[in-house]
Design a protein around this ligand. Structure first.
Ligand code: XMP
Length: 520
């Protein structure tokens, strides 16, 4: 599935910078569609009339490693505006006849750039100041400008910090306008897309919604589609988008593994079946999961059992619906683009991830992945546009294997019930103290250790509850959230006083790495 081929866009050629995704997001935040393509994959034939400008990203290479990167020089004959950033700036200069060499002084971090000449690119960038603070990260630099290029701004160490060839509409920036450390950096990107490429805004949540609904209808026609609904943000948005696009041709299957957060199944049924009137098949498989997990304590075994059983149950119910041709999944853009592997996640190697997206291959269904061009923040905005509640949209991530991986050791009904309560108290407290949205993910876990306590005059011997709350950008790295002592005291009291089975609460202060976010 692809977006309308006529949607005007900025194409970002990725040379492996850790900031490439940020460039795409900045362009989209400004209201224009952008797409990333790896320098290894870009072919001249990919460049069609919908592309109104090209950005060359930064990257860890240098222009002398000519066989390590590819760039078809014919792209320079296309009469399209090009903005080169960092490494992109260096290749643009080199390909046009300039020179690049190792800098005497490598520049990493903040630097000042000074205005030398005016340019469309820097319109309202400097304001009434002569200089701006920018973020540099380079070891090489352009040492000689190509013919017909002029200097727009310089830093102490980079004479050619911003350059332009006005006739060809080529622009080069040595620093990173896409990172927030660069003061007013977004203005440079905005000037490139609106003043130089002359694109019109086409990328609001409303545009996306209408476009995606049209695309889904075109792709699936009058066929039936099934979707595994977990109640998380991505699958909820997919389900509601398809609901708007094809209504009763959509069948959502929600499997209650018994390992969900307290009342989650009730909320999912209430929202999707009752409020949004989606065809929802609710499967209560609590007993089946518990039986299969009996006496299993190895984390990887737990994950495999849950993943496989989930697929089996999903298939069992999906097979009851006749003539299904498509399976809808909540794949997001970062899952697809190659630049992810440059900075990439190791999580999949460390733990065998299961999510409701990884569904049956043997059912031979075609995939509908309407979110595959969107970043997570865009998915959230789209969800609001689709009338999903803020509660669903701003939910913390929840792993496919659920509470099973927040309960090291064997899984019992008793432990699940204790954990559900503890987690509920913790999350409610975060909401009541206006902390929930400041935290990327938070949960309670139940450790398989009993310790001694005293309540009233009686000795207790009960489980240890671990609380984890982290801040993160994307789950790849994380830091623990620093609560006030008063909050920690009150939540600890609340859990111990209200939940039989827990007499001690600890807070996890490890970051990721070296820990992971989940316990197993
Ligand atoms: P870790 O524990 O690997 O978690 O640091 C990173 C993020 O991924 C979530 N997670 C999962 N999500 N299926 C999922 O859909 C899984 O099997 C799974 N395991 C971990 C975790 O909650 C965190 O947000």
């Amino acid at each position: 599935m692809s977006l309308d081929q006529n949607l005007h866009k900025i194409l970002i050629i990725d040379f492996g910078s850790q900031f490439t995704q940020l460039i795409a997001r900045r362009v989209r935040e400004l209201g224009v569609f952008s797409e990333i393509i790896s320098h290894k994959k870009i072919k001249l034939k990919n460049i069609n009339h919908s592309i109104k400008g090209i950005v060359l990203s930064g990257g860890p290479l240098n222009v002398y490693q000519i066989n390590k990167y590819s760039f078809d020089k014919k792209i320079l004959q296309l009469d399209l505006p090009i903005l080169g950033i960092c490494f992109g700036h260096q290749i643009l200069s080199k390909l046009n006849g300039g020179k690049v060499k190792q800098s005497k002084h490598r520049e990493f971090g903040l630097a000042n750039v000074y205005k030398k000449n005016s340019s469309l690119l820097t319109t309202n960038f400097f304001g009434n100041k002569k200089s701006k603070q920018v973020w540099m990260s380079h070891a090489d630099q352009v040492s000689k400008l190509p013919k017909n290029f002029k200097v727009v701004a310089s830093s102490t160490n980079s004479k050619f910090a911003i350059v332009e060839n006005k006739i060809k509409k080529y622009y080069g920036i040595q620093f990173h306008p896409e990172v927030t450390h660069t003061e007013n950096g977004k203005k440079l990107i905005s000037n490139f897309i609106f003043l130089i490429c002359k694109i019109k805004k086409n990328w609001s949540s409303k545009d996306q919604k209408n476009q995606l609904i049209k695309d889904v209808r075109k792709q699936v026609g009058t066929n039936k589609v099934i979707c595994a609904l977990s109640g998380g943000v991505d699958s909820s948005v997919v389900a509601q988008l398809l609901n708007k696009a094809i209504g009763k041709k959509l069948y959502c299957i929600f499997v209650n593994t018994g390992l969900l957060r307290k009342n989650e199944e009730v909320q999912v049924v209430k929202t999707f079946k009752k409020r949004l009137k989606i065809n929802l098949i609710y499967v209560n498989a609590e007993k089946e999961f518990l039986k299969k997990l009996k006496n299993v304590s190895d984390p990887e075994k737990k994950r495999k059992i849950i993943g496989n059983l989930f697929i089996k149950i999903f298939e069992r119910y999906a097979n009851k619906i006749k003539n299904v041709k498509f399976l809808a999944q909540g794949t997001l853009y970062p899952d697809l683009i190659e630049s992810k592997s440059v900075t990439g996640s190791q999580t999949s190697k460390i733990k065998s991830h299961h999510n409701v997206g990884g569904l049956p291959k043997k059912m031979n269904l075609k995939l509908v992945e309407p979110l595959k061009f969107l970043f997570k923040d865009e998915v959230r905005k789209l969800g609001l546009e689709l009338n999903l509640s803020r509660e669903i949209i701003s939910r913390h991530p929840f792993p496919g294997p659920g509470l099973a991986i927040r309960m090291p050791g064997i899984i019992t009904n008793e432990k699940i019930n204790i954990l559900k309560e503890a987690d509920y108290y913790f999350i409610q407290a975060l909401k009541n103290h206006d902390l929930y949205n400041k935290i990327w993910q938070a949960y309670a876990a139940l450790l398989p250790v009993k310790t001694v306590g005293v309540m009233g005059d009686n000795r207790t011997y009960e489980y240890l509850c671990l609380l984890r709350a982290i801040t993160s950008e994307d789950g790849m790295t994380a830091d623990y959230y620093e609560f006030k002592k008063s909050f920690m005291q009150s939540i600890s009291n609340k859990i111990v006083n209200n939940i039989r089975g827990i007499n001690r609460v600890v807070y996890d202060v490890t970051s990721k790495p070296p820990s992971t976010i989940e316990l197993e």
